[in-house]
Design a protein around this ligand. Structure first.
Ligand code: HEM
Length: 418
């Protein structure tokens, strides 16, 4: 099995025949049953998070030197921090992501979505660059109070960083990727050093709390990637999932429907499909003995499709009573700090798009190209035919598509009502 492209059939076969399995190529112990994954996440004493951000393809010395020359380092801060400093750093970041602060972003997310949709002229469009690619980055910067950011540069830095740390990459590619990763870290360090401790932004808060610059830069490096690349992935997965399933697109304005759909996407198509831990002592999972120091790969996507917990797991069913039990945001001490923001963004973007373009359809039944990194898996494009625009603005109709087809396409499957 290719770990970087593992699909539902691979996960099923792992869960059924080898729920705890050592992958020879990477040395990672794959854990794929829901109960095992949750048990590991719930026990930070026996399972440490230290390897969460370790490059899956080891970075050779010459490439490490490129990073070191730029002062690059990732000390334990949040996701990779099993020490006592985790709690304070987590509380500092959580101040920027309170439920009230996140809820206050709703009109802004709706406006950003609307502005982008208003620019579309009809026909066939890829919604990935329009709505998924940089909208989450803009929202994240605003919620963190960080202004004056070149969003295109941020996206280039963060996609390169994801590939460097989670990709199946050659040494030549590692060289190429190390440069933008180093540039990102240097930019962060300069911005944090220049920040006003009295300011109400994330950089200022790190200075006000006297977080050492090296730790602050490492924390921001992870947060500014994790806080938006994942939501980009969730958005593109959500469009595909909803548009492929019966009449859901036309029902997104029903109370609770958009939120329920987002939860099903998280369960079934988890954008962060795996996450890592280290066994701190010898442990037994599903009857398999694992030695101390073993690196574990928790198959979050495998846990979401475990039939012991989610009956008919391959079925996309927003009425599923226990959908929120999924582990797509992790569990326990390191549970994702941005879960509320990611959920809100996906819900609002889906609803606003469906409101403006009720007849929107996927342009093709062919599966899209997928991002295939160890821990990140999502469609890289969302090609759609827009259909007629309902809100104020230009009325568009995809050329060559009869209205009749737009109205009836894909409405055969029945879904239980909420
Ligand atoms: C769909 C979007 C997202 C997914 C699927 C996701 C998933 C995850 C996962 C699996 C973890 C590891 C949890 C664990 O170890 O138990 C995590 C941690 C984290 N996430 Fe997210 N995330 C998303 C969006 C965000 C956003 C929008 C932010 C910030 C605004 C964010 C910030 C964080 C932070 C700071 C941590 C580390 C928490 C800690 O170690 O205490 N994430 N996320």
């Amino acid at each position: 099995m290719d770990l970087f492209q593992a699909g539902p059939a691979d996960l099923r076969s792992l869960r059924d025949s080898a729920p705890v399995h050592r992958d020879e190529r990477t040395g990672l112990w794959l854990v794929s049953r829901y109960d095992d994954v949750r048990a590991v996440l719930a026990d930070p004493g026996r399972f440490h998070p230290d390897n969460a951000l370790t490059a899956v393809t080891p970075i050779p010395r010459p490439v490490l030197r490129v990073l070191a020359r730029a002062g690059f380092s990732l000390p334990p801060t949040l996701a990779n921090n099993g020490t006592d400093t985790h709690g304070d750093l987590r509380r500092l970041v959580a101040r920027f992501l309170t439920p009230a602060r996140v809820a206050a972003m709703e009109p802004r997310i709706a406006r950003l979505t609307g502005e982008r949709l208003d620019r579309l002229r009809g026909g066939e469009v890829d919604l990935h660059p329009v709505l998924a690619r940089d909208l989450p980055a803009i929202v994240l910067m605003e919620v963190m109070g960080i202004d004056d950011v070149d969003i295109d540069a941020l996206k280039a830095w963060s996609t390169a960083s994801l590939e460097l740390f989670w990709g199946d990459v050659t040494v030549e590619r590692q060289y190429e990727l190390a440069k933008p990763a180093a540039a990102f870290h240097q930019w962060l360090t300069a911005r944090i050093k220049a920040a006003d401790p009295a300011g109400d932004d994330l950089f200022g808060a790190l200075r006000a709390d006297d977080v050492p610059i090296r730790d602050a830069a490492g924390l921001c490096y992870f947060l500014l990637i994790a806080g938006q690349e994942t939501t980009t992935q969730l958005l593109s997965a959500a469009f595909h999932a909803v548009l492929r399933h019966g009449d859901l697109w036309s029902r997104l304005d029903e109370p609770g429907m958009a939120a329920a759909c987002v939860e099903e996407v998280l369960r079934r198509d988890a954008p962060v499909n795996t996450w890592r831990r280290i066994a701190a002592e010898p442990v037994t999972l599903s009857g398999v003995d694992i030695p101390a120091g073993a690196p574990l790969l928790l198959m979050l996507a495998g846990s979401g499709s475990d039939p012991e917990v989610f009956p008919e797991p391959e079925r996309f069913c927003p009425a599923r009573p226990n959908a929120r039990k999924h582990l797509a945001f992790g569990y326990g001490r390191h549970f994702c700090l941005g879960a509320g923001l990611a959920r809100l963004e996906a819900e609002v973007v889906l609803r606003e798009t469906a409101r403006r373009f009720p007849d929107l359809r996927l342009a093709s039944a062919v599966p899209p190209p997928m991002l295939g990194l160890l821990s990140f898996r999502a469609p890289l494009s969302v090609r759609v035919r827009l259909g007629e625009r309902l809100a104020a603005g230009v009325t568009t109709l995809a050329p060559g598509i009869p209205v009749r087809d737009l109205e009836h396409a894909g409405r055969s499957a029945t879904m239980p009502r909420l």
